[in-house]
Each structure stands twice: as C-alpha cells, then as structure tokens.
Design a protein around this ligand. Structure first.
Ligand code: NAP
Length: 384
C-alpha cells in the first residue's frame, strides 16, 4: 500500500509538483485532475499560440503521464463531480494547482462595454478554450488599446499585429486567425500606467515587437528619459536597462512605416474607457483565482499559491519545493485505505485520442494542431 496524492489542476505547476514528488517518492500514486478534458492548463490555453517553443514543455509533461502510477483525470470538476471533502477524505494529500483564471478588473467606468475584453478571455479564445469560443467582433476594429505593461500585454499586441504568414506555424484557432487577418487594424496602443522603468516586459518578448513584418513599434523618446531604479536587485535592473534600450530603438522608428503601428505609451493610468477612443480594449492587468479550502493536507502551488506572476520555469522550483513539504507530511502518516476516490473521467488514452485528432487536423494545414474547441466534440473524441 502506498500514499495517494491528488493534484487539482493539470497545468505546469501541477505537473512540476508531480515531477517533484516522483523524484523522491517514485512509488506514489498520483492523480492529475482537471475540469477540462485536456491537460496542460496555461500552456494550452494561456501561452500565446505563436510561442510554440514555450508550448514544447508539454513533451516533458507527457513523459510524466506515461508513468504507470500517474493518472490523468480530465472533465472532473471539484465541487461538481467530487467535493473538496471527498477529495481530502480519499487522498493522503491534495495539491491545489488551479492557477488564476479570472481577469482582474480595472474598476473604471466603461469597463463593462462589449468591446472591452480581459486578457484571459481574449487569449483563451485565441487558444481554443472550450468555454471561450466567442471572440470579439474584429470586422471594424482599427484602433486597439492593450492596457498593462507585462508580457501578456505583449502577447496580445503581437498576435494582433502579426501577419498571416507569421502565424502559420502557430496553433491559433482558425476562426480567430481569420478574424485578425481580416480586421482593418491600423494602430495598437500598449498602455502602461507607470513609466517604462517599471514595465515588467522581458527583453526577448519586447525585442520581438521590433521584428514584426506588418507592424512598426514606436515610442515617445521623452517618456524614455528615465533610468532603471537604482534600488532594484541587479537582475531586475539589468532587465529594465535592456527594456529601455529596446524602447529607445523603437523611438527611432517612423509611425505608419508599415500597415500597423504599435505605440508604447507610458504614464497613462486608465480613469475610464471612452468608446470614442478605441474599437477594442484588452486589459492585461493580471488575474484572480477561485477559492479553495485551506487546511491540513492541502498544499497550494504555482499561481494558486503565489499569485499571477512568474514564468513557467519559475513554477518548477516552486512546485518542487512544495513537493518536498508534501513528502514530509506523508512521512508522518500511514496511507489511507478505501475505494478509489476518482470518478469516471477522460483518462490519458482519451486525451491522446483528442491529441491525435487535433494533430491530424493541423497536419492538413501545415500547422502544429487545430484544436477541438467544442465540449461535445472533445468528449466524443476522447471516448473514441
Ligand atoms: P504582470 O507582468 O504582472 O503585468 C501586469 C501589468 O498590469 C503591469 O504592468 C501592471 O502595472 C499592470 N496593471 C495592474 N493593474 C493595473 C491597473 N489597474 N491599471 C493599469 N495597469 C495595471 O502580469 P502579466 O502580463 O499578466 O503576466 C503574468 C506572468 O506571466 C508574468 O510573470 C509574465 O512574465 C508571465 N508571462 C510570461 C510570458 C513569456 O515569458 N513570454 C508571456 C506571458 C506571461 P504596475 O506595474 O503599475 O502594477
């Protein structure tokens, strides 16, 4: 008899927690539970569809799913198919890796207007999340405001700005790709409430904005006459120095030199959304999570633990640390006996049927995959 661990949320921090557990306790039985019929969480639904290099991390996660005592349990919602109490009663430890999947609100007048989208909803649409199949109407969208100065803001601006050719190797859902290609876009404003010395962009992502075939990135040089805060830790300061250099390069570009101009605008807090200014507004200002019970034997990881910051690799070290806490907790306890607590679910074979169908549909178009975006199609395909 061995311990059973449930990991709720089959995204990166959940997989890294499983990895951390198995490195020390290869005998553990681990169930990776997700409310979607597909694994990989933010990698599938949140990482921008043109960043396939980042998405390649799923190969490592697939190796974990191939372990005999690791089960994937898709289409299982805690609170619907299994209560938190049943989960805690049935497993020796529960790891909560549910991430943060609710758009934070600006809290300003006009935010509820239909052309204002939160980045989670917008990016989930690009990525074929089955709960977000309806995208914004882009048919008359010329001017876009992207509010926020983090990497998600860059993802949104970049995917809107890229040409069809630049997106061919992506797994953007075809409807979203077609809507962006057909939109009469001319100007995208990436708007920060503070100065460029506070932006949380990372260098590679910011520099990519200067290499787009149908868009030119520009910035006002006056806003760039600042320095990275001296009190920042060295790595943080170096990141900001690099950002400022890249932005100064953008400031030398000529607006209108290509069909789309991406304007980096700083020191402009949003007090209200004015329908006369923009045709589409995407807020990229962070996320909130859903509540889960805290208590003995429950271990949050990733964004559910730390909030919505940090890249995928950041979560590896964090999840490995939590895995060690779980192992210490299990050491003090005998494994629970009792029936298998896992309800009927989409298992790994079901996920692989979905994967195969998506990859085959993509191959016909020279793309990595074309995602199934409809719940029924996903579940029917998983059943085979
Ligand atoms: P983020 O880096 O925390 O950026 C959030 C931005 O929203 C900040 O610029 C923040 O400004 C701004 N903001 C917050 N509240 C605001 C308000 N009321 N009005 C105006 N602006 C507001 O978060 P993120 O972009 O959502 O990214 C989340 C994490 O995922 C980050 O760690 C990011 O690096 C990572 N990520 C990585 C990649 C990649 O590596 N390619 C891609 C996407 C995301 P203040 O600084 O003034 O608060």
């Amino acid at each position: 008899m061995t311990h059973r661990v449930a990991i709720v949320g089959a995204g990166p921090s959940g997989f890294y927690a499983a990895d951390g557990l198995l490195r020390t306790r290869p005998d553990l039985r681990i169930d990776l539970i997700d409310r979607l019929p597909t694994p990989f969480g933010l990698v599938r639904a949140g990482v921008a569809p043109d960043h396939q290099g980042t998405k390649a991390i799923v190969r490592q996660f697939e190796r974990l799913l191939a372990q005999p005592d690791v089960r994937f349990a898709g289409n299982v919602e805690i609170g619907r198919d299994l209560s938190w109490e049943e989960l805690q009663a049935g497993y020796d430890a529960v790891i909560v890796a549910t991430g943060m999947v609710i758009d934070r609100k600006l809290g300003v007048p006009g935010e509820e207007l239909p052309f204002v989208w939160g980045s989670w909803r917008f990016v989930a649409w690009l990525n074929g999340h089955p709960d977000f199949r309806q995208g914004p109407d882009l048919s008359a969208v010329k001017r876009v405001a992207v509010i926020g100065n983090g990497n998600v803001a860059l993802d949104v601006a970049r995917v809107l700005a890229k040409s069809v050719d630049e997106m061919t190797k992506s797994d953007i859902v075809p409807e979203a790709g077609a809507a962006i290609a057909a939109a009469p876009l001319t100007d995208i404003y990436v708007i920060g409430r503070r100065g460029p010395e506070h932006a949380s962009f990372t260098g590679n992502e910011l520099a990519e904005m200067g290499r787009l075939s149908r868009a030119v990135a520009v910035a006002d040089p006056a806003a760039l006459a600042v320095e990275a805060p001296a009190h920042d830790p060295t790595l943080e300061r170096l990141r900001k120095v690099k950002n400022l250099e890249i932005l100064k390069g953008f400031a030398r570009n000529v607006p209108g030199g290509k069909p789309i101009t991406v304007h980096f605008v700083f020191n402009q807090p949003t007090a209200a959304i004015d329908p006369d200014e923009f045709d589409l507004v995407v807020t990229c200002i962070g996320y909130c999570g859903v509540e889960f019970p805290k208590g003995e034997g429950v271990f949050p990881v990733g964004w559910a633990k730390r909030g919505p910051t940090g890249t995928i690799p950041t979560n590896r070290a964090d999840s490995h640390g939590v895995a060690q806490q779980v192992i210490a907790w299990l050491k003090e306890r005998d494994p629970k006996s009792g029936p298998d607590p896992l309800p009927l679910s989409v298992d790994v074979a079901g996920w692989h049927r979905i994967d195969k169908a998506e990859v085959a549909a993509g191959a016909k178009l020279g793309r990595p995959r074309v995602k199934l975006t409809d719940w029924k199609a996903l579940l029917d395909t998983a059943e085979g």
